[in-house]
Design a protein around this ligand. Structure first.
Ligand code: FA5
Length: 349
C-alpha cells in the first residue's frame, strides 16, 4: 500500500514537471493524454487498487483523486498561459508599423481624348441634350444614302471609305447616328436634341493632323422653328466653355450634302487672341467643326415632315479640339500609348 501511495506521488511530481516544461499547446495536450488518459499510468495504478484491503482502498482512492485534480488544475493554468503567449506572439508578428513609408500605387486615368469627349458631353447634357451612340460597322444606307449621298454622288469622295462589303462599311463620320435617331424619334414626346460621340474611320494617310481612325462628336437638334441663330448661339456657348470666355466664333459658308446652308465654324485663336500666330497660321482663326441646317431630304428620308420640322446639325473632331486646347502638334501622339505623353493630362480634381 505504501508502494502505491509513493507511486502516485511520484507520478504527480513527474506530471507536474512535464506540464511546467511544456512549451506549446500541442506538447501540453500530449502530457494531458499521457497522464490523465484512459491508458495513462494513473489509471493503471488505480486498477491495482483491487488488491488493497477495504480499509486502505478509499484512502488511496482519495489520494488519487486529489492528485488527478492537482494535475488538471496545473494543466488548465498552463493552457491559459500558453494561449496568452500564442496570442501575444501573433500580435507581435502581425503588428503594423504605421511609421514605415507607404509603397507607391500608380493609378490610371482616362485618356486625354476621353477627358475632352466627357467634358463636351457634360456641356451639352447641361443644355438638355441626350448622348446617343451608334455602331462603328455601319450600313451604307445610314452612312451615305440617308445623309443625302446616293451611290454615285461625287461628294462621297470627300470621305474615302473602308468597305467591308458593298453595303457594309466602317463609318466615315458620326452623321449616320442622326439618321438612326431621327427614324425612331417620337415628336409627340418633345424635340430631338442629341450628341453622338464615337470613333470613325477614313482611308486618309496618317500625318500630323490626319489619322485613319479618329473621333467625332455629332450634334443634332430637330424641332419646329429652329434657325441658324440657334446653331450659332449653341456653338458660341460651346467654344467659350472649352477654349475660354473671351473666345469668339465665326461662320464661313461651306458645303455638306446633308445640310443646306452649310458652314464651317472657326474659333478666334486662343493663343494670340486673333492677332495672328503660328497656331492659327496667322489668320487669327482656327477651324473646329462643320455644321448647317439639316437638309429637307435628310428629314424626309427619316420619315420627318420637313414642312413642319427643321433643325441644325454639327460634327466636330475632338482629336483636333484636344490638339488646339493643349497645343499638341501631332495627332499620332493620341494613338501611340506613350505614358510619358498621356500622364501630362491629369484629370481635374
Ligand atoms: C463631316 O464628317 C461631317 N459629317 C460633319 C458635319 C456634321 C457637317 C453635321 C454638318 C452637319 P468633315 O469631313 O469636315 O465633316 O469632318 C468633321 C471634323 O472631323 C473635321 O472638322 C476634323 O476636325 C475632323 N477630321 C476629319 N478628318 C480627320 C482625320 N483624318 N483625322 C482627324 N480628324 C479629322
Amino acid at each position: 500500500m505504501m508502494d502505491l501511495k509513493a507511486k502516485i506521488e511520484s507520478l504527480k511530481e513527474e506530471a507536474l514537471a512535464k506540464v511546467a516544461a511544456s512549451e506549446n499547446l500541442d506538447v501540453l495536450n500530449q502530457v494531458r493524454v499521457a497522464y490523465l488518459g484512459k491508458k495513462g499510468p494513473l489509471t493503471e495504478v488505480l486498477r491495482g487498487m483491487k488488491d488493497l484491503s477495504a480499509e486502505e482502498r478509499p484512502k488511496v482512492g482519495a489520494l488519487a483523486n486529489v492528485v488527478r485534480d492537482e494535475i488538471t488544475t496545473m494543466l488548465e493554468e498552463k493552457k491559459t498561459t500558453l494561449e496568452m503567449k500564442k496570442i501575444n506572439e501573433a500580435l507581435a508578428n502581425e503588428a503594423i508599423d504605421v511609421t514605415l513609408p507607404g509603397s507607391y500605387v500608380s493609378v490610371g486615368q482616362p485618356h486625354v481624348l476621353t477627358q475632352i469627349i466627357e467634358e463636351i458631353e457634360d456641356l451639352f447634357i447641361g443644355m438638355g441634350y441626350e448622348v446617343i451612340e451608334g455602331p462603328e460597322v455601319e450600313e451604307d444606307r445610314y452612312n451615305f444614302e440617308m445623309m443625302n449621298l446616293p451611290k454615285d454622288h461625287p461628294a462621297r469622295d470627300m470621305q474615302d471609305t473602308f468597305y467591308i462589303t458593298e453595303e457594309i462599311l466602317l463609318r466615315t463620320h458620326t452623321s449616320p447616328v442622326q439618321a438612326r435617331t431621327m427614324e425612331k424619334h417620337d415628336f409627340t414626346k418633345g424635340p430631338l436634341k442629341m450628341i453622338s460621340p464615337g470613333r470613325v474611320y477614313r482611308r486618309d494617310s496618317d500625318d500630323a493632323t490626319h489619322s485613319h481612325q479618329f473621333h467625332q462628336i455629332e450634334g443634332l437638334v430637330i424641332d419646329k422653328n429652329i434657325t441658324m441663330s440657334d446653331l450659332k448661339g449653341t456653338l458660341e456657348v460651346f467654344a467659350k466653355q472649352l477654349f475660354g470666355a473671351d473666345r469668339e466664333i465665326r461662320l464661313r459658308p461651306s458645303y455638306f450634302p446633308f445640310t443646306e446652308p452649310s458652314v464651317e465654324v472657326d474659333v478666334s485663336c486662343f493663343k494670340c487672341g486673333g492677332a495672328g500666330c503660328n497656331v492659327c497660321k496667322h489668320t487669327g482663326w482656327i477651324e473646329i467643326l462643320g455644321a448647317g441646317v439639316v437638309h429637307p431630304n435628310v428629314l424626309e428620308m427619316a420619315g420627318i415632315d420637313s414642312s413642319v420640322y427643321g433643325g441644325f446639325a454639327f460634327g466636330m473632331g475632338p482629336d483636333r479640339v484636344a490638339m488646339l486646347k493643349y497645343g499638341i502638334d501631332d495627332i499620332r501622339h493620341f494613338y501611340q500609348n506613350d505614358v510619358r505623353f498621356l500622364n501630362q493630362f491629369k484629370v481635374k480634381e
